[in-house]
Design a protein around this ligand. Structure first.
Ligand code: ZN
Length: 412
């Protein structure tokens, strides 16, 4: 599938710093260095949207966090390979389309288009491969077949259809066991499974936590022909298959919003390990949740702040970007209208400062910016460093202006 136009990223003098970022599996800051099998290639898979409420600021903040990581990696001299999916077939999409009386395909296509446009306006580096699940259904079915053959998948009967297939979460390989990626205890896993697309109550499963791999065709639901018969994939296996198809594993980073820690990333890693015998990723990184008016943004609460709506209202996309970068990516935080006002003022101040840059080398500034971002992508700290420089009366250099463009994606 087509992604979106790549922003120009200026090269900077000297060598950038390999970043340390927080890994959910080890619950520690880890150097985000490529695996030794591909020492100069940083690989990243970021879970894409389910296209029905794009692009609210929570989405934008997540993709911006990984855009920042990619910029830091590029500056550190790595080649970067980036893959993202879009979950253009899943229960939440079908439910939303039914509720709104629209065809699920039209809903997905229009939301993906909106998402691409928003990402481009925000200057977010596009994935090298942007893959829709509906493009890889046969591949997912073939992978599930391997899981059946190696004993990690089993059938669950259904009264109104052929058997469905589930993953046996007690299947342990050296590369994975249940809880390895999410570092959660079982009661919390059960809670999250019920909240986030799992079906712990379904009879016939070996363990309530076992996730769906393949749903056989139901009357009135979309289904595809495959080596498993007609049906459609479960949620987690799609990401395992797309990542394995397009990237060397272990990935340097598997990323997404924090609501993907469990069950999604846990089982994407489990499925991939059951398919290959190897870990899916070295680091599992998550962006925090963005709230508005006291609640996590969601369409059902009516508190979505959409990028497209802010832009249509006259907001400069650079201000939206700067507002999002003013918060730490890993924190949960609340968007307020003041975020955009402050970012507008800051952008005006930075732009005035950058109007007549000097030719000075400005190594000190570059090092400071690099150090901030290498410290778990501390964009807020980087912004504070730039503010302090302006407040202190230090003239802008061409290097500084390029660094703000290359590392923060703000072209002044
Ligand atoms: Zn995913």
């Amino acid at each position: 599938m087509q992604s979106w136009t790549r922003p120009a990223v200026p090269a900077l003098p000297g060598a950038g710093i390999v970043p340390r970022i927080f890994d959910a599996a080890s619950q520690a800051l880890v150097e985000a260095h490529p695996h030794q099998s591909t020492p100069t290639l940083a690989s990243i898979y970021v879970c894409g949207i389910t296209p029905y409420d794009a692009t609210h600021l929570g989405h934008a903040a997540t993709y911006l966090a990984f855009d920042t990581l990619i910029r830091v990696w590029m500056d550190a001299g790595f080649e970067v390979r980036y893959v993202q999916n879009t979950t253009d077939i899943d229960d939440p999409l079908l439910e939303r389309a039914a509720r709104d009386g629209v065809d699920w395909r039209d809903l997905a296509a229009s939301q993906i288009e909106l998402f691409r446009g928003d990402m481009e306006k925000l200057g977010i580096i596009p994935p090298d491969e942007y893959v829709a699940v509906t493009e890889v259904i046969a591949d997912v079915a073939d992978a599930v077949k391997i899981l059946v053959q190696n004993g990690s998948a089993y059938s669950v009967t259904s009264p109104d259809a052929a058997d469905d297939l589930y993953f046996d979460s007690s299947f342990a390989v050296p590369a994975w066991h249940l809880g390895q990626e999410s570092a959660l205890d079982r009661p919390r896993m059960l809670e999250l499974s019920a909240e986030r697309g799992g079906d712990p109550q379904r009879p016939g499963k070996r363990d309530p936590l076992d996730p769906l791999l393949w749903r056989s065709e139901r009357a009135g639901e979309p289904a595809w022909d495959s080596s498993l018969g007609r049906g459609r994939p479960g949620w987690h296996i799609e990401c395992s298959v797309i990542a394995l198809e397009h990237l060397p594993t272990p990935l340097t980073v598997n990323g997404g919003g924090r609501d993907l820690v469990f069950p999604h990333h846990e089982f994407s890693a489990g499925h991939a390990a059951a398919l290959t015998g190897h870990p899916l990723a070295g680091i599992y990184a998550h962006a925090g949740m963005v709230a508005y008016q006291g609640e996590k943004m969601s369409k059902s609460l009516g508190n979505l702040v959409l990028v497209s709506r802010l832009v249509a209202g006259g907001a400069d996309p650079r201000s939206i970007r700067l507002a999002l970068l003013s918060e730490r990516y890993r924190s949960d935080w609340e968007w307020t209208d003041a975020h955009l006002r402050i970012a507008d003022d800051r952008l005006a101040s930075w732009t005035a400062w950058a109007a007549s840059p000097t030719e000075d080398a400005d190594d000190e500034f570059l090092t400071e910016l690099r150090e901030r971002l290498a410290d778990d992508l501390d964009t807020a700290g980087a912004i504070a460093a730039i503010d302090a420089r302006i407040c202190g009366g230090t003239a802008a250099s061409k290097t500084a202006v390029s660094a703000i463009d290359a590392l923060l994606g703000i072209r002044l």
